[in-house]
Design a protein around this ligand. Sequence first.
Ligand code: PLP
Length: 310
Amino acid sequence: MSTEKRTTHDALEDPRNADIRIYINGDIVRRDEAKVSVYDSGFMLGDGMWEGLRLYEGVWAFFDDHMDRFFNSCKAVSLDVGLDKQGIADALEATRQANNMQSDVHCRLMLTRGVKVRPFQHPSLSRSGPTLVIIMEHSKPVDSLATPGIRLATVPQVRGLPMSQDAKYNSHSKLNCVIACLQAEQAGADEALMLDPHGFVNTTNACNFFIVRRGEVWTSTGDYCMNGVTRQKVIDLCRQNGIPVFEKNFSLYEAYGADEAFLAGTFGAQTPVASIDGKPIGDGTRPITARIRDLYRDLIARHVVEQAGS
Ligand SMILES: Cc1ncc(COP(=O)(O)O)c(C=O)c1O
């Protein structure tokens, strides 16, 4: 097995990223001047929400879906965004223009509960109003990932029940997922395949997970994973194009025996899985994954035309 390290977020090195402009609460500053307080709730506690978005031909793909999730998450943790959806769109546009960016761009939009008056947990100590940061980088996923695929290892860390920390929160604290990723690395894999609290196959530490068996596409019920924008687009595309798709419980038994497996996320779209726990997935031909990738590419192209014209 190759020992070359891969991640689902591998992007081509781009020297322009050394000199990008970053948005902080209405100011747009050079990367090396972009700083938040050590008293910030995000730094101190991981108390914040974020979204990852991609720019295609000047259009933020599926912006409305991302904003639905973002505003729902913020509301659920009583985090006042301080802007409406249009305000976020305007902040993204100002940052995009400051960076003169058009395509192959990834954005991390982050909102925290803001600066605390004392270094303790209670949310009432965050009194500055929220901190909004927008990082945009030139980012083209490496093609090399599409061919070999990613190596997953199942790990002890689960994404758990909604009453501990609902997996639908895209929270600043990713410690649960970071622990999973470390466990996978220590097992010699690239990233983690996480189970749900009942032992069914659930998600990876950074993307939603799909398998293909006998022409059918399966993914988890959705109860214990991120309500991924890309996950939903894949499900919708399958339904619209006559590809049988099921959100259901399945175990490692079925995942190991799958014909194909792939991850879904905003950054990499659909990333094929090479192996799980050292067991190669399928025979390396991936016709359904390739079809879904093509359908997704066409969907983005249509979406960009629609949005650019609106
Ligand atoms: C744990 C996890 N699963 C899945 C996803 C993919 O979600 P999306 O398709 O909305 O990018 C993410 C992305 O933030 C994530 O952190």
